[in-house]
Write a new protein. Structure first.
Length: 202
């Protein structure tokens, strides 16, 4: 009788521990990748500013981006909408999305093109969250939470702000109590692994 009485509490504790572990993994991985992405964007942007003639190579840069996407099987990539739709549907974000977006964004900036960092961060985070969710053998509902945590992690690391990461994590709502706790824990570890000196306010 006593065991039945405390069973819901024990389940909640077990679920919290499970998501604390998951959030730590997602937070560290997405934070490191988001930080690396931010530093690389700063570097290629600075390189273009000191070599403005690179703009004449923009068509070549575009062809290289197409080549990268084709080689990684991302020809049908629909951008950020695809990531958000995956939270509400059974659409799965491929592992190749993250490296394709990473490389494509850098090549675009290198040639002086315009490519949003925020959308790229959400796509990479969604891809990372999906893969970690699969590796940790999460069920479908938990995988969707993992996608949001990944989005939150990369976004927070890229923008160097915990609050902005929470905004990314709240793009969609899943009816699970771990939604908020995992996002907060994930963002906490992003701040720990986030590299210094990334500032996009200039």
């Amino acid at each position: 009788m006593k065991r039945e009485k405390y069973e819901p509490v024990l389940k909640n504790i077990s679920y919290f521990i499970k998501w604390a572990e998951g959030a730590i993994v997602i937070g560290i991985v997405s934070g490191c990748i988001g930080t690396a992405f931010g530093k690389c964007v700063l570097w290629v942007s600075a390189f273009f500013q000191s070599h403005p003639w690179m703009v004449f190579l923009l068509p070549l840069s575009g062809l290289l981006v197409l080549g990268v996407y084709h080689a990684l099987g991302e020809d049908n990539n629909r951008g950020t909408n695809m990531v958000i739709e995956s939270i509400y549907s059974n659409t799965e974000i491929s592992f190749a999305t993250a490296p394709a977006v990473f490389a494509g964004t850098l090549l675009t900036h290198l040639g002086g093109g315009s490519a949003g960092r925020e959308g790229a961060a959400l796509q990479m985070g969604g891809s990372i969250g999906t893969q970690i969710g699969k590796w940790l053998k999460f069920d479908e509902k938990d995988k969707k939470i993992a996608v949001m945590c990944g989005m939150s992690g990369v976004f927070a690391a890229l923008m160097s702000a915990l609050a902005t990461g929470c905004d990314g994590q709240r793009i969609a709502t899943v009816s699970r109590p771990a939604d908020t706790s995992s996002g907060i824990i994930s963002d906490f570890f992003i701040i720990i692994v986030r590299g210094p000196g990334i500032n996009f306010s200039a």
